[in-house]
Each structure stands twice: as C-alpha cells, then as structure tokens.
Design a protein around this ligand. Structure first.
Ligand code: XMP
Length: 503
C-alpha cells in the first residue's frame, strides 16, 4: 500500500485516486497525524508527500519528522512535498516568479522515476522553487524557465518533482506514478474483489452488534451499493427505506423502485410528497428550504426506525469525508450539506459506513461489478433536497414542473448524443426572473431557465462544459417550447468562484 501525507487541500486525494486507479491501495493522512510511529505502524511500501498551499520557509509551516526520510521507505515529494524534502535535506527554497499551467521541461538525466517518460509538458503550479540542491541529490530535469523540476537522491530511494504528475494535463503523468509504484515494490492488488471483501468483512463485524439496520436509499449509487451489500451480509436485519419527497427528477421514483426490485432490494416506500411540498410553501431562502427538508426526513426515518426496532443506521459516507473529518485542514462551510458526515442528531443508535474507504469512481466500479443497473451506476449526483435547490426562491408547482421538464430535456439530449456519461452533472434551474416572449402571436411573461452542465472529478472544482452549437440549439428549442418559458441561458462560470448548484 501507498501512504500519502497531505499538506493541504485536495491535492492528496487526487494522488490517492490515481494510485488506486493503477491498482495499488492508497491511504491519505494529514501531516499533523503523520508521526514516525504512525507511519511505521502502517508499514507502507511507499510514501508520497503531497502538494499544499504553504511555503516551507515560513516558520511553523507544515512539515514532518525528518527521521521519516531515513526509514528506507521510498519517498516521492510532489510540489510542496518536493520543496519540503529539499529543505529537510539541507537545500534551499525561495520565492520566484513562478510557473503556472502547462510548462515544458527537459529531462537531463533519466532515472528510475522518469524512465521511459518521453513527454515534456507538465502541469506546474508554484511560486516557490528549489534554489539550492541538497547535498547528495542529482537534478533529473529542468523547466523551460530554468527551475529545477525534479531530483533524486544519489543512493537513497528519495525522489521529488516540482510538477504535478497526478494532474491529467501532465503528459504521461501516470507513467511517473507507475514508475514510483515499481520502485516502491507495492503490490497491485486493489480491485473490485478486494473492495468487496474489505466491505463485507466490515459489515459482517459491525452488523453482528445490531438488532436491525435502517438503510435510507435514495436511488443513487452510494446508498444502493451500501444497501445491497448490507442485505447480502445480513438479510432481513436490514430495513431499506425509500422516501419520495416530491422533489425527484422526472420519472425517478418509478425507475428507482424498479431498479431496486431488479437487484432484490425490497424497500419500504414512503410517498411524502405532499407533506414536503406543503411545508415548503412560502419559503424563499435556500438554507431554510434545506433545513425544513432535513427535518421532515429525520422525522420520517426516526418513526420508521422506532417502529422497526432499528438500532443501527447505514450511511454511504465516502473516503474524502472520513479523512478530512478530524483533520485540521478545514474549509468554510459553503452550503449546509457540506457538514462532515456523522451521526444525525435524531438517531440514537450506531452508524455504519461501509464505503468509508472508497472514492466515488470506485463505488461506481464496484456497482458495475455487482451488476447494479447501468441507470443507477452512471446516474449523475443529485442533491438530497432535490429540485428544491434547483428552484431559486419559492418552490411553486409551476416552477417545479418547469425545472423537472427542462432537466429531463437536458439529460435526454445528452444521452442521445453520447455525452451524458462524459459530464459530471447536467440540469436546469429556474428562478423568479422573467423575460418577455412571443408565443403564437401573444405576449408571454415567461420564466428564464438556466442550463448548467459541468465536468468535474470530485465536485470540489468544476468546469462548465463547452457544448456544440447544434446541441445547444436543440436544448434551447426544446426548453423554450415548455409553456411559460421564454428564455434559455447557459451557465458559464467555473467552480470556484461559483458552485455547481445554484444554492
Ligand atoms: P456545490 O453546489 O456545493 O455542490 O458545488 C457540490 C456537489 O454536491 C452536490 N450537492 C448536494 N449533495 N445534499 C447532497 O447530498 C445537498 O444538499 C447537496 N447540495 C449540493 C451537488 O449536486 C454537487 O455534486
């Protein structure tokens, strides 16, 4: 296994995901928990020091116990990690004019790390640079501006790169990671079967201490995989519940029910649409909407769990949430769903999180392996409060109908063009702004529908998707023919500074 020490932000998760994609199990730990003892206890084949936003020469900046470099474990430093190795080993790091984005580098000495790597464009994102090579290190490549872009120790398995091999824009970046895996001798045995056996043994152990397990199913891939595996392990002890809040996508309730049925999950179906929709009447503020929806969900689930005698709750928490909770590397709470997963206040029992070791793309792989229907596996992520966050302002029946129809048009067109699986999310949004239109010779005071299609790897950052004109035209024509819609706009702001959902 590979251990990635995180010096801040999401850099480390991207590295871990790439390493896992290459077949090696990898874990992320924050630098604050990376003591010598902790590392030795985990017995990693290799260590990767991630990038991060700090400067190694600033007093108190993130660091590690220097003895870690003497353990004989192969080490690869990336960006901040590269500079940190330089500093610890007696080199020097200074602030320069920096390099950002695609940058040309020249290999001057091909070592084991760069072996066979004949590309020359890498992704850089740094202002600090290694200005003095530590003793006993060799420069292996130099950037177009003359900065040191990689080095290795003369005799120890310690390597560093200034650029980001984990970023797709670095040509042949995965070959460099692959080379490091080979150097570390890590075993390539991380695949669906291993994920499955890890999860099943976790579930068997945890569920043995439960009377009954409440499994809230949304029809998304995470809750479906968790529920299916828990049911396989514990049969009738698992009580799957699917609540329809009336804020689902077009035809979703029916298709979720039939997909779940096809894989043998028999849910308690609660249609609470009326209650949700009537409680949202007159509510304009988005956070307030989330709060109301959350409260109703909680009430329904606690009633069912009491009735059924459930003392455990199954949650689809994924790995990034687990790692960053308890980590000092905090983030502002932008929207209330960004709460770190944990025990919901209404639940008195214990929480089971069988997917706590996995990333989203791994859950999808596993879902495919388990034979879960394609429509669930590849379904775009959908917020818990559903269409309520895609209607800006009050959720009226009219706006809900428009957003549901317009989103289904966007999805349908993308599917037809083979683009649905290529993008992260694709939907429509409606608010209260109007645009005067002409329909059949009469004036219409119509709604403005905004289409949002984004590409993303993990929803932390996102880029708007550049659609062909012809596809835009089809989407626009079809959405504008919805009664009371007179304008279609396309959202073209990345995240950050925007977010994916409108609220
Ligand atoms: P934002 O809008 O913050 O969304 O860029 C990031 C990702 O999270 C999804 N999202 C939610 N998921 N409950 C959820 O389970 C929510 O309340 C929620 N709000 C947003 C969003 O669809 C995107 O994938």
């Amino acid at each position: 296994n590979m251990l990635i020490i995180n010096f801040g932000g999401q850099y480390a998760h991207l590295i871990a995901r790439r390493i896992r994609d290459l077949g090696v199990y990898s874990e992320v730990i924050p630098y604050t928990r990376a003591s010598l003892e902790e590392i030795m206890a985990k017995r990693p084949s290799g260590l990767i020091l991630s990038g991060g936003p700090s400067s190694v020469y600033v007093p108190g900046s993130p660091s590690i116990d220097p003895r870690i470099l003497d353990l004989g474990i192969p080490i690869l430093g990336i960006c901040y990690g590269f500079q940190l190795i330089a500093k610890i080993m007696g080199g020097e790091v200074r602030r320069g004019e920096g390099e950002f984005g695609p940058t040309r580098v020249r290999v001057i000495q091909e070592d084991e790390l760069l072996s066979g790597w004949n590309a020359d464009i890498v992704w850089m994102s740094h202002s600090d640079f290694v200005s003095n090579l530590p003793e006993d290190f060799i420069v292996t490549s130099i950037s177009e501006k003359g900065y040191l872009s990689s080095f290795k120790h003369k005799s120890k398995p310690i390597y560093g790169v200034q650029f980001h091999p984990e970023v797709k824009h670095t040509r042949g970046g995965s070959l460099i990671l692959e080379n490091f895996i080979r150097i570390s001798g890590a075993q390539k045995n991380w695949n669906a079967e291993r994920m499955l056996s890890l999860i099943e043994s976790y579930l068997a152990k945890e569920i043995s201490g439960c009377k009954k397990v409440l499994a809230a199913v949304s029809g998304g891939v995470d809750s479906t995989v968790s529920t299916l595996l828990a049911s396989r392990v514990a049969g009738d002890k698992v009580v799957p519940v699917f609540v329809n809040h009336g804020l689902l996508r077009k035809g979703e309730a029916e298709s979720v029910l039939s997909s779940l049925k096809s894989i043998g999950i028999d849910v308690i179906y609660v249609d609470a649409s009326e209650e949700f929709l009537s409680s949202l009447k007159g509510i304009k503020d988005c956070e307030k909407k989330r709060e109301i929806i959350g409260e109703i969900f909680a009430r329904i689930f606690s009633e069912i769990s009491e009735r059924e005698g459930c003392d455990c709750l199954l949650q689809g928490t994924l790995y990034p949430d687990v790692v960053e909770s308890g980590a000092e590397i905090g983030a502002d709470r932008i929207k209330s769903h960004h709460n770190v997963a944990g025990l919901p206040p209404w639940f008195k029992g214990r929480v089971l999180e069988p997917l706590r070791y996995l990333y989203k793309d791994e859950v999808r792989k596993l879902a495919k392996y388990l034979g879960i229907p394609e429509e669930i596996v590849n379904k775009h992520p959908f917020p818990g409060p559903g269409l309520a966050v895609r209607v800006i302002g009050e959720v009226t029946e009219e706006k809900l109908e428009i957003v549901r129809e317009a989103s289904s048009i966007v999805e349908e067109v993308l599917r037809k063009r083979g683009l649905y699986d290529k993008v992260w999310q694709a939907f429509s949004v409606v608010g209260d702004d109007r645009w005067v239109g002409i329909k059949g010779d009469s004036r219409v005071d119509g709604y403005i529908v905004t289409v949002r299609i984004v590409e993303s790897e993990d929803a932390m950052t996102a880029d708007w998707f550049a659609l062909d004109r012809e596809i835009m035209e089809e989407i626009s024509k079809r959405i504008s023919s919805i009664p009371r819609v007179s304008m279609v706009t396309y959202a073209i702001t990345t995240k950050p500074p925007s977010t994916i959902e409108p609220c």
